[in-house]
Design a protein around this ligand. Sequence first.
Ligand SMILES: Nc1nc2c(ncn2[C@@H]2O[C@H](COP(=O)(O)OP(=O)(O)O)[C@@H](O)[C@H]2O)c(=O)[nH]1
Ligand SMILES: [Mg+2]
Length: 193
Amino acid sequence: MRNVSGRYTFLGSFPSEFPDTELPEIAFAGRSNVGKSSCLNKLLGSKKAARVSNTPGRTQLINMFDVMGEMTFADLPGYGFARVPDHVQDQWKGMIEGYLGGREQLRLVVLLVDVRREPQEMDGMLLFGMREAGIPFLVVATKVDKLKKVPTERSLAALKREFALDDGEIIGFSSVNGAGMDKLWKRIDAAIR
Ligand SMILES: Nc1nc2c(ncn2[C@@H]2O[C@H](COP(=O)(O)OP(=O)(O)O)[C@@H](O)[C@H]2O)c(=O)[nH]1
Ligand SMILES: [Mg+2]
């Protein structure tokens, strides 16, 4: 497993005009509150790289990090807050489409979903879009520490079924106890090679 332990650099927050980096890029997407910031912090070995639980509905920006000079992490804005006005939703959609459609160095999108929730329509739409565009993705089901083994397996199976995923396209993860960290790093390493 990688040990980044803080060897990353924050490149900035971008609404568009993403920086001209040459390193292979891994993007992280998912609904607000799914545990995306916590997952990034866990991968980067930092408690504060990505802010945990920031207020929803603010300006939507893509945060980028250089990781050990080997790859770029792109933290995409979360979606799915009920009380966000339409123009913010549209802004989000425009940004994500702009990013996913034009980012040549993108090697993998890690789509985070909460293992305790039913499969969500927005996640399905994003997955469908990535499949259509031929963008490699991995579904990471977060917060597996909150469920026992059997309900976790059941939930992973439901996600696989609903989103028509292959075995290798979903892993369980916890930023509390580190479950799935090895697997996630393996997939990231394979994607940037
Ligand atoms: N039990 C548990 N809680 C988590 C996990 N990941 C995130 N959380 C909690 O879920 C909430 C939202 O996490 P955050 O990382 O801010 O989600 P984001 O909105 O997707 O960036 C916070 O209260 C976290 O402490 C996890 O793996 N297990
Ligand atoms: Mg966050």
